[in-house]
Design a protein around this ligand. Structure first.
Ligand code: NAP
Length: 242
């Protein structure tokens, strides 16, 4: 059986992606860091669609936790494999670079970039041997154009874009595709502190996007029909110039 794993699946965009993949019939593994309550809510919403949903908490910044959780999952699922991986876990810790602390730099890089590396490396060999896989990396407009106050976040997302392009070339022959999705401003917990009224004046579509809109793009990239799209970065930003 082919499973889908969504890192940071408890809330926001990750939750919407879990629901989208469930609608496509995939049993879903919901990863999260600490918010069990939100993860349980996502699990219930997925199960309401008649699809299996398993919680798999681990911190994507810890290679040890990633290895342990996924080894355990594989032990419990000898006949299944994770065919769809959505590297969605991410955090923002904004500061102008002159004031940026080591921890702000490291936390953001560790989550988006190292998290992508640890989880993807672990699952790749199974996708390659089964000759089918879909890897979708959640990056950002910030990683394409750079945003002031986000040198850490822009660097992390731009690095994942580079890795997406390189990995796509490594694994293309085995029918594993690797793409990145670059949202602009999406209404989630992550953007709650932003001044939406002011920011939306800059967005041609005139509003923040929804997690569901991002999830339907991820759903398409995860589908069989998207087999000829790889190594690409797809923007979803309401027309903000990138
Ligand atoms: P969110 O609402 O803040 O949710 C973040 C998710 O990531 C939560 O599920 C959280 O788990 C999980 N997470 C954080 N650190 C983790 C770790 N170390 N290990 C495992 N899981 C971890 O964020 P969002 O807005 O949905 O963003 C999702 C992704 O989209 C991120 O990569 C973000 O950078 C990207 N993005 C968002 C926007 C936007 O406007 N919202 C725009 C561009 C890109 P817990 O619930 O356990 O904390």
């Amino acid at each position: 059986m082919k499973y889908a794993l969504v890192t940071g699946g408890s809330r926001g965009i990750g939750r919407a992606v879990c629901l989208q993949l469930a609608e496509m019939g995939y049993p879903v593994i919901i990863n999260y860091a600490s918010n069990k309550e939100a993860a349980l809510e996502t699990q219930k919403l997925v199960e309401d669609k008649g699809v299996t949903a398993e919680l798999l908490p681990f911190d994507v910044t810890s290679n040890e936790e990633v290895e342990q959780a996924l080894d355990q999952w594989m032990e419990n699922h000898p006949d299944d494999y994770i065919a769809i991986l959505v590297n969605n876990a991410g955090i923002r810790q904004d500061a102008m670079m002159v004031f940026m602390e080591d921890s702000q730099w490291n936390n953001v890089l560790n989550t988006s970039l190292n998290g992508f590396f640890y989880v993807t490396r672990k699952l790749l060999k199974y996708m390659l041997s089964k000759r089918f896989g879909r890897i979708i990396n959640m990056v950002s407009l910030s990683g394409l154009k750079g945003l002031p106050g986000q040198t850490n976040y822009s660097a992390a997302k731009a690095a994942v874009i580079g890795a997406t392009k390189a990995l796509a070339q490594e694994v293309g022959p085995r029918k594993v595709t690797v793409n990145a999705v670059a949202p602009g401003y999406i209404a989630t917990d992550m953007t709650q502190d932003l001044d939406e009224a002011t920011l939306k004046k800059m967005i041609p579509v005139g509003r923040f996007g929804t997690a569901e809109e991002v999830a339907s793009l991820v759903g398409f990239l995860a589908s069989e029909q998207a087999g000829y799209i790889t190594g690409d970065v797809i923007s979803i930003n309401g027309g903000l110039y990138t």
